[in-house]
Design a protein around this ligand. Structure first.
Ligand SMILES: CCCCCCCCCCCCC/C=C/[C@@H](O)[C@H](CO[C@@H]1O[C@H](CO)[C@@H](O)[C@H](O)[C@H]1O)NC(=O)CCCCCCCCCCCCCCCCC
Length: 517
């Protein structure tokens, strides 16, 4: 199937018409039909077997092709009524053919050497890895129809005993596998990782062969194009599988407990009691059993900034930050200000809550997945300067997070100049991160307010959940206060790490928009 479609090219270009060709599991596009007919190379190719098709139920002419392993999405649209249905059907069937590895091994690749099929069938390689391998083999086979010399390359892939998954090196594997194999889920993850690594070794072998083949073709001065494409596909397969391993590894380290789905919208601000049944953040859970029941503000955030960091999507030069998850983490952070008696911190809380609400309000009119989309939309519409814009609200929110981050670092980093001294730690943070944005009246207010901050012992108490504080206070140990303070430091630094990562990414983003945080 082929024809014109509109493809989203970013906020600067918007949707532009491209000429798309779907052929044997590969979707390619050209800048125009003329280019295609003139024999020019496609601008980009996409392996349908490795992508997800997502249909927008609200916009009837649009759909998305998502490549999770490459963190890439093609946003497509057609202006012809009924055309989307045809494309979705064609793409769906192409994908179904590729995913049906049984039919691949029996029909599509039956003419390949027998061992090739063995490679796919004798090891329980996960579907995604099988797809990559199967697709690659189909491509190789396509080429083999016209040039039998490539059969030897295919044969080499299937016979390379040094990469035999059964005998091959598992050093990478060992590196990724968690030590504890008792949990069923962990074992499943471990098995997936193991198989992905095995497929990776096979793909490496394939890539190696394709490159040798390239050298051969170059020497013979034969037509480079088809072999080049095979080598490129093989290398892409390697990169995809490394991506899968990275994904699996990050999931094993820090699972996100469906936090993005939680309702933290404007009207559902949680009070203390709401956390009683909450999932305690895995990122900052106590590891030491003797102190396992010390729950702190930092370890009890249902959503923290490590969760946001885990979901950041690197795309071109950007790091896309998921908007909903970020706002949920900010909402959970806001409870910090309720921990301190008195009202001195209340105006700060109101200001931060106001900015969260402003961003939510903009998102309600256009639900964007990433903060960057939100801002780029405003910029494109030249609506990014007013006080109620998401751009300004996020800028002030970033400043607030940045000063909080610096405050925590100063206060909690052992050996640092203002360690365990809240007023000094805050003042140093304020001077370096926020003062320049305030007029002298606000600066004076901060200077005066700081004098009202309590000491570190009180800070640690306020940061510890009431129940666990009371429990440990009853212990006979004379060092129980130290134990609590150490826990607050440990959990606070963990929390600060995630926050810092996100603040840095936000600062870079604003820098790219030529705005100063
Ligand atoms: C930590 C002690 C300090 C004591 C504080 C004293 C009270 C000061 C009261 C006055 C300031 C209130 C804060 C608001 C300031 C705003 O003017 C400023 C600008 O607002 C923005 O204006 C934009 C339009 O121009 C508008 O578009 C935007 O929406 C709006 O936000 N906002 C800010 O500067 C942001 C302030 C963030 C401050 C974050 C501080 C977080 C640090 C917390 C650490 C507390 C330490 C407690 C330790 C306790 C120890 C026992």
């Amino acid at each position: 199937m082929e024809g014109n479609l509109l493809k989203w090219g970013g906020y600067l270009t918007g949707y532009t018409t491209k000429y798309f060709v779907l052929y044997r599991g590969t979707l390619s596009y050209y800048s125009s039909k003329k280019e295609r007919l003139a024999g020019s190379s496609a601008v980009e190719h996409l392996n349908i077997g490795l992508c997800e098709i997502a249909v927008d139920t609200h916009a009837h002419s649009q759909w998305e092709l998502r490549m999770p392993l490459e963190s890439k999405v093609w946003y497509l649209k057609t202006s012809v009524p009924g055309e989307r249905q045809k494309w979705i059907q064609a793409l769906g069937s192409a994908k179904a053919c590729l995913l049906d590895t049984s039919s691949l091994s029996r029909s599509s690749i039956t003419s390949l050497p027998d061992d090739t099929n063995d490679v796919l069938s004798s090891h329980t390689v996960p579907t995604s890895a099988q797809d990559t391998l199967a697709n690659k083999l189909v491509t190789v086979k396509d080429y083999a129809c016209t040039d039998h010399s490539l059969d030897s390359a295919v044969y080499a892939i299937s016979n390379d005993k040094s990469n035999d998954p059964k005998q091959g090196s598992h050093s990478l594997n060992d590196h990724f596998l968690p030590a504890n194999h008792s949990d069923g889920d962990v074992q499943d993850d471990a098995a997936n990782t193991k198989y992905t690594i095995e497929s990776l070794l096979l793909s490496c072998s394939c890539a190696k062969d394709s490159i040798s083949k390239l050298e051969e073709v170059i020497q013979k001065k034969d037509d480079l194009e088809p072999v080049l494409e095979i080598a490129e596909n093989a290398l892409k397969g390697v990169i995809c599988q490394i991506g899968t391993i990275k994904l699996q590894k990050s999931k094993q380290i820090r699972p996100v407990e469906s936090v993005a789905m939680h309702d933290f919208s404007e009207n559902s601000i949680l009070d203390e009691g709401d956390y009683s049944d909450s999932v305690i953040s895995k990122a900052a859970q106590p590891k030491d059993d003797t102190k396992a029941d010390i729950i702190t503000f930092f370890s009890s955030r249902e959503v923290n900034f490590c969760h946001v960091y885990d979901q950041v999507v690197p795309s071109n030069e950007k790091n896309l930050i998921p908007a909903e998850l970020f706002l949920n983490a900010c909402q959970c952070y806001l409870e910090f200000f309720d921990r301190f008696a008195g009202t001195v911190l209340a105006p700060i809380k109101t200001d931060i809550q106001g900015n969260i609400n402003k961003i939510r309000k903009v998102m309600n009119t256009k639900p964007d997945e990433y903060l960057q989309d939100l801002l780029e939309n405003e910029m494109l519409a030249k609506k990014h300067t007013g006080p109620d814009t998401a751009t300004q609200a996020l800028l002030w929110l970033t400043r607030a997070l940045s000063v909080m981050c610096q405050f925590l670092k100063n206060l909690l980093t052992p050996g640092s100049e203002n360690c365990r001294d809240p007023p000094a730690a805050f003042w140093a943070a304020y001077v370096s991160r926020l003062q320049k944005h305030h007029n002298w009246v606000v600066q004076r207010l901060f200077k005066m307010g700081i004098k009202m901050l309590a000491d570190f012992e009180r800070f640690a108490e306020d940061m510890t959940e009431k129940d666990s504080y009371e429990k440990i206070a009853q212990s006979t140990s004379s060092t129980w206060k130290n134990v609590i303070q150490e826990k607050v430091i440990e959990h606070g630094l963990d929390y600060c790490d995630g926050m810092n990562e996100i603040v840095e990414k936000l600062c870079m983003m604003y820098k790219s928009y030529k705005m100063e945080v």
